[in-house]
Design a protein around this ligand. Structure first.
Ligand code: WT7
Length: 663
């Protein structure tokens, strides 16, 4: 277990007041939500559910808890798209902007709540027309364009569960997810803009279906980039053709509070990703609550920007469902943060790509920015002059998510983006938790650089030692002690794995997989994963997934993968590979093996370095000692190697690594 030393905070000794002192209008240290929740956490969530959402039928029970299976608000009925759209339009807010869309090439679209509702109704009819019914699943593999939330919301309107597959994933990932979920339809686009060029999507769907996903009957294709993809007669349909033919009205169907809302696949400790299940009423309650309180939302005037991708849970909860339920205006940006506007490509300043983000914030008057530590560290490296050249004074709250934020990055974010007048909300949560769990609340929590502080009202966490005893100060494992509304309801098709992964390590508790430390103020410092899951730029990738992809290459006999420390991405994937006897080591082969992983899993999983080694360090029982490989990758002292079957192996590997066998 990491010991969690916190050098910068300790040396700077800084602590920040509640945002009341940053922004005069904020609450002042109002603990009433915590007090209310602590008195009766179920009643607290019931009040939030009734106040934040519109129910077509009220629930009769708040929580049925049959560990590890929860039902929140059983008996209640509601529709997610109605909560996100119809009720705002009915209340006269149809003209409010839902999304200021900015495409990577600089094209913009302004989409009001009324516009979004009209598209969602039509597209729900398209889905019905293709035979989709309540309880069915479909897959979405799209760029960050407005048609993506339209597709998601249309599913919720008729009770179809979506499974969004990140656009950076490979054909294999599409096949696996469609097979596991038995998806009937895939919604995609010809391509999306990334780094200044169309990045193909439809050809990956074709490749995935060639391998085989027999449940898939139809593919719907948005023409985003005009790349003229192959269209299979009878199977593939243009989005615009289907929309032109569809009826405009489609009433929202009331759904049971526990109706499956979506599956989102995430990496675990084995090579097979888990289909995390989220349902309707509890999920929407917690994402609406957190989006409102964590971002100190003023929906009538705010322009909120979550710069994540909808392919991850951050985008599901905090670009689509939370913001729309709260009726606020969001910025939605298609591309990578470092792609300059086309008119700036040959500009007079040296490197316009460093300007894009700050330009967007200034142009739209963004009030909340929600991004990841890896991005913040990149901006730091680019230099202060880029944000400093813009008026960022509209910003009120800054958020971070995805990995522990180092205090230097926190301080930079606070000074150069927040101009020392925005509270920073460091939000710890997971695909499995659905919504924020541990985070400061602006106006309430005194923040400290580097810590997610404490659980939100109604959520209960405890750091425990190896035996499951609560740790009041010091390091241990993060657990959640009570059910929460947006918790995962299971792993699709694998009840045993659900129980084993999350509920069997510590009796009666949810085990998050993260190490954590409690400081003398009782604040929780998240230290990162304690299992074989890596965190690269805030994205989860399992070591065994990458190992499987490595050994899939014909020249590879055996492989071990570790997450090495990386200044920008937090962790970087490093693979140690033993070649088959017939293969001979070369730089070309190493490069080919790296690309093979990208082809199997997608570019996010491409190892930063692959070392070709004669052997791997194993215990006498044959278990690979990843700790040693991590230490070699980090250049650390190796400590005790006496349990190794062959202690010379590590020296041989290290000699290879030091000989510059790196990229
Ligand atoms: C894992 C969950 C939640 C959306 C993005 C990632 C790490 C997440 C923080 C944070 C320290 C964090 C944890 C967690 N993580 N947020 N604020 N501080 N670590 O979702 O892919 O499900 O990954 O990300 O290790 O377990 P995910």
């Amino acid at each position: 277990m990491a010991d969690g030393s916190i050098e910068v905070y300790e040396s700077e000794g800084r602590r920040f007041p509640p945002s009341a002192e940053f922004a005069a209008a904020a609450l002042t240290n109002d603990r009433s939500l915590y007090d209310e929740a602590d008195a009766d956490f179920e009643a607290f969530w019931a009040r939030q559910a009734r106040e934040l959402l519109t129910w077509s039928k009220d629930f009769d029970t708040i929580l049925e808890w049959d560990l590890p299976f929860a039902k929140w608000f059983p008996g209640g009925e509601l529709n997610v798209s109605e909560n996100c759209l119809d009720r705002h339009v009915a209340a006269g807010r149809g003209d409010r902007v839902a999304y200021h869309f900015e495409g990577e090439p600089g094209d913009t679209r302004t989409i009001t709540y009324a516009d979004l509702l009209a598209d969602v109704e039509r597209f729900a009819n398209v889905l019905k027309g293709l035979g989709l019914r309540k309880g069915d699943r479909l897959a979405i593999y799209m760029p960050m364009i407005p048609e993506l939330p339209v597709a998601m919301l249309a599913c919720t309107r008729i009770g179809v569960a979506h499974s969004v597959i990140f656009g950076g994933f490979s054909p294999d990932a599409i096949t696996d997810r469609c097979v596991d979920a038995e998806a009937k339809v895939i919604i995609t686009a010809d391509a999306g803009y990334r780094r200044g060029e169309p990045s193909a999507l439809k050809p990956n769907v074709d490749a995935a279906l060639e391998v085989g996903a027999p449940s898939v009957e139809h593919v719907i294709v948005v023409d985003r980039c005009g790349t003229d993809p192959m269209m299979v007669d009878g199977r593939d349909h243009w989005w615009h053709d289907l929309m032109a033919e569809a009826e405009p009205r489609c009433p929202a169907e009331p759904m049971d509070a526990e109706q499956l809302l979506y599956l989102l696949y995430t990496s675990g400790t084995t090579a097979k990703p888990k289909g995390i299940m989220h349902t309707t009423g509890g999920y929407l309650t917690q994402v609406a609550f957190t989006h409102k309180y964590v971002f100190d939302l003023r929906p009538d005037t705010d322009v909120y920007w979550c710069a994540a991708d909808i392919g991850w849970v951050t985008g599901h909860s905090y670009i689509v469902y939370g913001p729309l339920t709260n009726g606020c205006t969001s910025v939605m940006y298609e591309g990578t943060p470092d792609t300059p506007l086309p008119e700036h490509r040959d500009g007079d300043r040296a490197d316009w790509r460093k300007d894009r983000l700050w330009d967007i914030i200034e142009r739209y008057g963004v009030t909340q920015l929600y991004t990841a530590p890896t991005a913040i560290r990149t901006f730091m490296k680019w230099g202060d002059e880029w944000p400093d050249a813009h008026d960022l004074s509209t910003l009120r709250v800054l958020g971070t998510v995805g990995e522990p934020i180092n205090p230097e990055a926190w301080m930079w974010y606070h000074r150069h983006i927040g101009r020392e007048s925005c509270p920073i909300v460091d939000t710890w949560w997971q695909t499995e938790t659905g919504g924020h769990m541990i985070t400061p609340l602006p106006g309430v929590t005194t923040t400290k650089p580097g810590t997610a502080t404490n659980p939100i009202p109604g959520v209960y966490a405890e750091v425990v030692d190896d035996d499951g005893n609560a740790v009041t100060e010091g390091g241990g494992y993060l657990t959640i002690t009570k059910p929460w509304p947006s918790m995962l309801r299971g792993i699709w098709g694998d009840e045993d794995r659900y129980r084993d992964t999350y509920w069997s390590t510590y009796e009666g508790r949810y085990f998050a997989g993260d190490g954590a430390r409690v400081d003398d103020d009782g604040y929780i410092w998240i230290l990162g994963r304690v299992d074989d899951v890596m965190n690269v730029s805030g994205h989860r990738i399992s070591t065994s997934e990458v190992e499987s992809a490595l050994v899939d290459h014909p020249a590879v006999a055996e492989a071990a993968v570790v997450g090495a420390t990386d200044e920008i991405t937090g962790q970087a994937i490093v693979g140690y590979v033993i070649l088959r006897g017939t293969a001979s080591a070369s730089d070309d082969l190493r490069e080919e093996i790296r690309q093979h992983v990208a082809k199997k899993l997608g570019a996010t999983a491409r190892p930063k370095a692959v070392f070709l080694v004669p052997d791997l360090p194993k215990t006498r029982s044959g278990k690979i000692m990843r700790r040693l490989l991590r230490d070699v990758a980090d250049g650390h002292d190796l400590g005790d190697t006496t349990t190794l079957a062959d202690p010379n192996v590590v020296e041989a590997i290290r000699a290879g690594a030091e000989a510059g066998d790196d990229d």
